[in-house]
Design a protein around this ligand. Structure first.
Ligand SMILES: *[C@@H]1O[C@H](CO)[C@@H](O)[C@H](O)[C@H]1NC(C)=O
Ligand SMILES: *[C@@H]1O[C@H](CO)[C@@H](O)[C@H](O)[C@H]1NC(C)=O
Ligand SMILES: *[C@@H]1O[C@H](CO)[C@@H](O)[C@H](O)[C@H]1NC(C)=O
Length: 680
């Protein structure tokens, strides 16, 4: 109720949204009236946002919000793509409101006013039962609502009508109509049940909105509605009249043999809905959690509420999104230029995996540029102009610049490694003279850097010392951290969400302190992979880094607890992808499949050729190939990996056959069975 609380005497008009879907326009026409909006909808997620949207016609307000769970069989018309907005819930012949506890779902049944005493109330004290359809409790109206009804006072009149007020709005200029009528015979004549037959229709009887009903059971509710098909078409507002009329006996004779008087119509209760689409999907959940964390970090004053990208006309200030059909929206650009931001650059920016433009210019940002930004596959512009950044520019970004894929602007940042004295090398760069050197040069001239980087790779290639590459990448990226079991408990919120199950044990979802999403592989007691395999995997991985190998972030060896902490791969494993675990997943295209094959092979080639000593994985299968948000493939699960002789001997001798039956090359399998008496 508005009640002129702000003293402006201007009742507002605003929009309501359920999640990203338009629900209704609230038009506070009477300041002292209580306005109630009700929608019955299927909520697919754990939570739902209710948004009050300012449409420049006054400030939205809300006095209370109630949520009630319903059985999903209660209203079959409400489904994943259609919600029901209540227009009216009428209880005919009633004196008082009926709600909980009489209605277990706390629906509010409002007495319907009798127009000019045209109607007579019919009452019963006997319970009215529900019609049971296929044993499913459809609709389920409380008996007390059904125990009152009305019929025309003048028994010679055989028509009753009541208006139906479905207000058009800017989203639904012609709202559809979905009525549910509840009828139960409450009268008997000399202990014999009356026989009735009548027609329910909208004002235009020859429209599709007509129901011919009759022959009601005594004290049993009959529900008249449409469970399938399209809603009743829109008739112009204020003309939507529901008419109950006794049918003409003569015309009905071919349908039913009725010779007695046809008695007047009656009605006990009705619910009137107008359907809305709830098919709209919101922003990708990973993007939502990243941008929400960014909003929290910088304590932004902007009106960043609701879903970031949807609805399209209410996208957050400074954001641009892509709107793929029937898939979640992605954030493609963030412009926080002149945003008054201070502190360091949030590492959450690196979680906006579809971002192309990131403009953080003219803020008060300090600290170094997060390395993670170089992992953003679509980033083409990074504007850091006019900040107080320090440190070196991450090598990954320099390579992207050199490849011509990225424009980096950072001019008025005097401390960003512009010369040797003001350059503050960060921890990870201190060991790597090469990176430091490159960063110094790049400030002088990007062209020169390009040459140096090229030259560097060229030299490495020429020397053909794979171990060298290994070491350099290791120096730059190896920051493996040792976790305690308690830390893991915090990271995984007490091992709340299981991502999957490996040979080693369950894999849990987790977040590091900086918000990086990780996968925590905890060794289970019943694991058939032992301590030895665990240590093998941990040791092997600390030194290995390749874009097509899942990288290890850290490990835990805390008493009996052992765990490995990996980067998070949002698209799961290839096996599930190929099998289509998720109904929403489309098929992988041939192009994507080829990419996955090629990338997996590159990961393996790195193990075979570039590592010193070389490794063989020994358990290559689809469930050990993981996919990131961009379907980039990375080989995982190194528990059975083994180093082989360094002297160029390509014969691989292992003590026993390992791996997964069915994925082992048959000739290798045969060879090893022969070689090893212990093989199974
Ligand atoms: C709001 O209600 C008033 C009074 O009923 C009406 O005149 C006006 O057109 C409505 N505005 C909108 C936007 O629906
Ligand atoms: C009802 O029946 C009478 C004849 O008994 C007929 O004249 C009249 O047209 C019928 N009305 C309708 C609506 O069918
Ligand atoms: C960001 O917004 C500012 C103005 O607010 C504009 O000058 C700048 O070009 C925008 N940046 C991008 C990348 O669009």
């Amino acid at each position: 109720m508005y009640g002129d609380y702000d003293g402006l005497n201007k009742p507002p008009i605003f929009d309501l949204y359920l999640g990203v879907n338009f629900w209704k326009t609230v038009n506070i026409s009477k300041p002292d009236a209580v306005h109630v909006a009700e929608v019955i909808a299927v909520v697919p997620d754990d939570s739902v946002q209710v948004c009050l949207v300012n449409t420049r016609s006054g400030t939205p307000f809300i006095s209370s919000l109630e949520l009630r769970p319903l059985k999903d069989t209660l209203y079959p018309q409400a489904n994943a793509t259609q919600g029901l907005v209540l227009v009216g819930r009428h209880n005919f012949g009633a004196a008082d409101l009926i709600r909980y506890p009489n209605d277990t779902y706390d629906r509010v049944w409002v007495p319907y006013t009798n127009p000019e005493d045209q109607w007579t109330t019919i009452l019963t004290s006997s319970k009215v039962a529900m019609e049971v359809e296929d044993r499913k409790p459809l609709y389920d109206v409380p008996s007390v609502v059904m125990q009152t009804a009305v019929r025309p006072s003048n028994t010679t009149r055989n028509v009753m009508w009541f208006p139906w007020d479905a207000e058009p709005n800017h989203v639904y200029p012609m709202p559809g109509l979905l009525p549910v009528f509840y009828l139960a015979e409450l009268e008997t004549v000399d202990g014999k049940q009356e026989r009735r037959l009548f027609l329910i229709s909208l004002k235009r009887p020859n429209s599709s909105a007509s129901w011919l009903i009759g022959d009601f059971d005594y004290l049993v509710t009959t529900v008249v509605s449409r469970t399938t098909g399209r809603p009743v078409p829109f008739v112009s507002p204020k003309e939507n009249l529901v008419i109950l009329g006794a049918a003409n006996a003569t015309t009905l004779r071919p349908i039913m043999e009725i010779n007695s008087t046809i008695l007047p119509p009656f009605i006990n209760a009705a619910e009137l809905f107008t359907p809305i689409s709830t098919a709209g999907v919101g922003t990708d959940p990973q993007d939502v959690s990243a941008i929400t964390a960014i909003k929290a970090k910088y304590q932004l004053n902007r009106n960043w509420v609701g879903d970031p990208c949807a609805p399209k006309n209410l996208v957050w200030d400074g954001l641009n999104c892509s709107y793929p059909i029937s898939r979640p929206q992605r954030i493609t650009s963030v412009n926080m230029s002149f945003g008054g931001l201070s502190g360091d650059i949030s590492s959450y920016f690196a979680n906006l995996k579809a971002i192309q433009y990131l403009d953080l210019s003219h803020n008060n940002l300090s600290g170094s540029i997060p390395d993670g930004l170089s992992q953003l596959p679509s980033l083409v512009l990074l504007d850091l102009t006019g900040n107080k950044l320090t440190g070196t520019i991450p090598l990954g970004l320099l390579i992207r610049i050199q490849d011509g894929n990225l424009t980096l602007r950072y001019d008025h940042s005097p401390n960003l490694c512009s010369n040797n004295s003001s350059c503050q090398p960060t921890q990870e760069n201190r060991n790597s003279k090469t990176t430091g050197y490159i960063a110094v040069v790049v400030v002088a001239s990007v062209v020169v850097v390009a040459l140096v980087v090229l030259l560097l790779f060229f030299v490495i290639r020429r020397k053909e010392e794979p171990a060298n590459i290994h070491n350099q990448e290791g120096d730059v990226q190896s920051r493996n951290r040792r976790f305690t079991y308690t830390e893991l408990k915090v990271i995984t919120s007490n091992f709340r969400r299981v991502l999957g199950e490996g040979g080693f044990g369950p894999v849990y979802d987790g977040f590091l302190e900086d918000g990086t999403q990780v996968a925590v592989k905890l060794r289970s007691q019943s694991s058939n992979q032992g301590v030895k395999e665990f240590l093998t995997e941990a040791q092997n991985l600390t030194g290995i880094h390749h874009r097509n190998l899942v990288s290890l972030i850290g490990y835990c060896k805390d008493g009996e607890y052992m765990a490995l902490v990996y980067e998070y791969m949002s698209e799961g494993d290839l096996q599930h992808k190929l099998r289509g675990r998720d109904r929403n997943d489309g098929c992988l295209t041939w192009r994507q499949r080829l990419h996955i094959v090629l990338e997996s092979a590159q990961g393996l080639e790195y193990l075979h050729k570039a590592c010193s000593p070389p490794f063989i994985h020994r358990d290559v299968k689809t469930s050990n190939i993981l996919l990131d948000a961009n379907l980039k493939a990375k080989v995982a699960d190194f528990g059975l990996m083994k180093a082989f002789n360094q002297d160029g001997d390509t014969h691989v001798s292992t003590a026993r056959v390992v791996g997964t039956p069915g994925y082992l090359a048959p000739d290798t399998y045969a060879l090893q069975v022969r070689d090893s008496p212990r093989a199974h």
